[in-house]
Design a protein. Sequence first.
Length: 346
Amino acid sequence: MKGESLTDRERLVLDAVIRAYVETAEPAGSRTVVRRFNLGISPATVRNTMSDLEEKGYLSHPHTSAGRMPTDRAYRLYVDGLLGRPRPRIGDSPLRRELAAGDTTAVELLLRRAAQVLGLLTQELGIAIAPSLDEMVLERFELVGVAEGKVLLVMTLRAGGVRTVFVDVPAVVPASTLAAVARILNERLAGLTLAEVRGSLGARLRDSAGSEPGASDLLNVFLQSADEWLQWPTASETVHLGRASVLAEQPEFQNGARLRNLIELTERTDLLQDFLASRLGAPGLQISIGAEHENPALADFTVVTSEYRVGGLRGVIGVIGPTRMPYDRVIGLVESTSALVSEFLT
C-alpha cells in the first residue's frame, strides 16, 4: 500500500484492518489485528495507530463496537496498491470450463453466461454490456415467409449471433420474390455495420429491384419499415446481470434499506447501461468505490470492470458488490473473464 500521508506502521496496520474486515465483515479491534496478523507491535501501539488513521479519514469507528472499519478512502489506497504491483494471473481453467459449457459463438448468450459465472465465482453481482448493436456487421440476410401478411427477416451478425424480426407485408409473397429480395439485400448491405445501413439504406436499395415480379414492392416495404427492423435494443436487452441473490446473502444487505437499494439498482438497467457505457474505451481495469460514484444509487457499492474486444467492437464486463470486497481475487477473476470473452468471440 502507498500513501504519502502514512507512515510505514500506519500502512501496516491499515492493511491488516482492511484484510480482517474483508474476511469477517466485523470491525477489527487492536487485539484481533495483533493476534491474526502477527504485526510485531503491541495492541496498545496498534490502538494508537488506529486512532491516528481514523483522524486521517482511513478508518471509521462504529459506536457499538470497539473496533474500526475501513472507509472508502482506505479501500482506494488499498486498491491502488494492488494495481501498482504485478499480479499473478488467476488460473482460468475452471472459469474456461464454465463459460465453454454454453454457447460461445453469440455475444448475447456468452455475456449472459459470463455475468452469471463471474458473479458466482466472486460472490458479487456479475454485470456485462454487449457491444453497441450499431457497430455490429451484417453478414447475411434471409427472408422466410411464415404466414399471409408476415415475412421473417433473419439477420446474421458477425460475432453477434442472429437477430430475427417479423415484417408486415400486404399479402403472401412468392418464394422466388423472397429469394430475389434476399439476394439484393445481401449484395447491397452485407458487410456493412448497422449504422452504415441505417444511414444509407435508401440510396443503396434505389433501382435495385431488377425484373423479379413483386421485388420492388417488397423492397419498398423494407424501406418504409426500416425504423422497426433496424431498431436499437433497449437497455434491458444489452445489460446482462448475474444473480442478485448471491449478493443479497452478504452481511451488508441484511438490513432492509440496503437490500432495497440493491434490488432497485438491479432494476435500473438504464442507469447501469449508461454507467458501463461510460467505461468503453478506458484501457485496463476500472474500479470505482462508494462515494467516488457521482450517482447516489451507487454510493454503497464498488464496481470493478474490464473492457473486452471483439474485432472492432467493445463491451464491458465486471462485478458490482459492497465496498467490503476481496479485491485481489475479484480483480483477477474480472481480468480473466474479460480475456476469455474476447478469446471466445474472436
